[in-house]
Design a binder for this molecule. Structure first.
Ligand code: ASP
Ligand code: MG
Length: 416
């Protein structure tokens, strides 16, 4: 017997027929003797509609009322799934965030989970009752409903799994696992059987949209084994594939990885913009005075390149920001022009960040050189580079996205 959290996303609960399908997945695990807590998203499109209504009602609305509105999508699906389960003869009840309770901080609209008291829910699980939890929501210190930011029900699921010490958190979604890269760009992309937490964190941060980044952070911190699988699989098919698991990807501690590859995946993020500041005085404190105001404006800077100046007087600084913050970042720099004393600011929005990820890099030399040579052979120019222990990122013209991703995918032997 195991204790499981099963999470179903919006497309998996898009209508009553699909909710019935979800219920069959749940019933299978209950019949196998497991204790089950289910976490659901709102029906696909529902949250978008609720958000749109808030904006239409008033563009500058109260964030607490926004939360009251948008949290309702998950309330609906949790109740519906409990009804369908009961109708199938499965003992089940719905739980809203405040009933468990899932305590969050006070940042309405983008709250962080502060703590979950799972005791009451666990008691019910032990009595054989399925808990159907509304994802995405909790209760803030002001005693009002809060939501966790878009895509937040993944985080709800992992957090609940940690709180009730579940053996695994199964994320049922509209894809059957995590791939070496986006299969829409590289048809030869392969599903990974296992990925280390750290690698998944990089992949999610860099554009693999399977899981909300924060949920991966949470899984890593609490060591929650997280399994990504398709909700469209036949619920009654045998569940014993590789390692006794059905097709999918297990996100786990690196000790659990079986075959260790140097590179695990290639990710890319198109929503980047590049900004270059020309001829800033090369003196102590200059980087601080450039990036300080950007940080104050809450603009997240990612890649940073600064040259050693040939004459010791001025230098160039290049960095990237999210494309959505591009205009705002330019404005901040313009406002600081006299203080910073630069000659010019240039920018580009048609850039993409392509990243090579793998924990195997820690112990292998030459991985970066291979990447640069491979891109050079295809005539792709690199604008900026950053690296970490397990990742190499290059900024290139977005026109070369597909070519670069495909080239690197074959280069590192990832083609299936
Ligand atoms: N329903 C919420 C959203 O669409 C939360 C989620 O699905 O994860 O963002
Ligand atoms: Mg999602």
């Amino acid at each position: 017997m195991a204790r499981l959290v099963m999470k179903f996303g919006g497309t998996s609960v898009a209508n009553i027929e699909r909710i019935r399908n979800v219920a069959r997945h749940v019933k299978r695990e209950v019949d196998a003797g497991h204790e089950v807590a289910v976490v659901v998203s709102a029906m696909s499109g529902a949250t978008n509609q609720l958000v749109a209504w808030c904006r239409e009602a008033a563009p500058m609305h109260d964030a607490r009322e926004y939360d009251a509105v948008v949290a309702s999508g998950e309330q609906v699906t949790s109740g519906l799934l409990a009804i369908v389960l009961q109708e199938m003869g499965v003992n089940a009840r719905s739980w809203q965030g405040w009933q468990i309770p899932i305590r969050t901080d006070g940042s309405h609209g983008a709250a962080r989970i502060a703590g979950i008291d799972g005791a009451f829910m666990v008691e019910r699980l032990q009595q054989g009752q399925v808990a159907v939890v509304a994802g995405f929501q909790g209760i803030a210190p002001d005693n009002r409903i809060s939501t966790l930011g878009r895509g937040g029900s993944d985080t709800s699921a992992v957090a609940i799994a940690a709180a009730i010490q579940a053996d695994r958190c199964d994320i049922y979604t509209d894809v059957d696992g995590v791939y070496t890269t986006d299969p829409r760009i590289v048809p030869k992309a392969r599903r990974l059987d296992r990925v280390a937490f750290e690698e998944m964190l990089e992949m999610a941060s860099l554009g693999a949209k399977v899981l909300q980044v924060r949920s991966v952070e949470m899984a890593m911190v609490h060591g929650v084994r997280t399994f990504v699988r398709s909700s469209f699989d036949d619920p009654d098919a045998p569940q014993t594939g590789k390692d006794g698991l059905p097709p999918g990807t297990l996100i786990c501690d690196e000790d659990e990885l079986v075959e260790q590859q140097v590179v695990t995946g290639i990710a890319f993020a198109k929503d980047e913009a590049q900004i270059s500041i020309r001829n800033v005085p090369d003196q102590p404190g200059v980087a601080g005075s450039v990036f300080g105001p950007l940080a104050d404006a809450n603009i997240n800077v990612d890649m940073i390149v600064q040259n050693i100046s040939p004459d010791g007087k001025t230098t160039d600084i290049t960095f990237t920001v999210p494309e959505s913050e591009y205009e705002r970042a330019l404005k901040v720099l313009e406002d600081k022009r006299t203080v910073l004393g630069y000659a010019a600011v240039e920018g580009a929005r048609d850039v993409v960040k392509v990243s090579v990820i793998g924990i195997g890099m820690r112990s292998h030399a030459g991985v970066a050189a291979q990447c640069f040579c491979g891109l050079a052979e295809k005539g792709i120019n690199i604008r900026a580079i950053t690296t970490s222990e397990i990742k190499i990122s290059v900024l290139i013209d977005s026109a070369y996205t597909e070519l670069a991703v495909r080239t690197l995918h074959s280069l590192y032997g990832l083609d299936g």
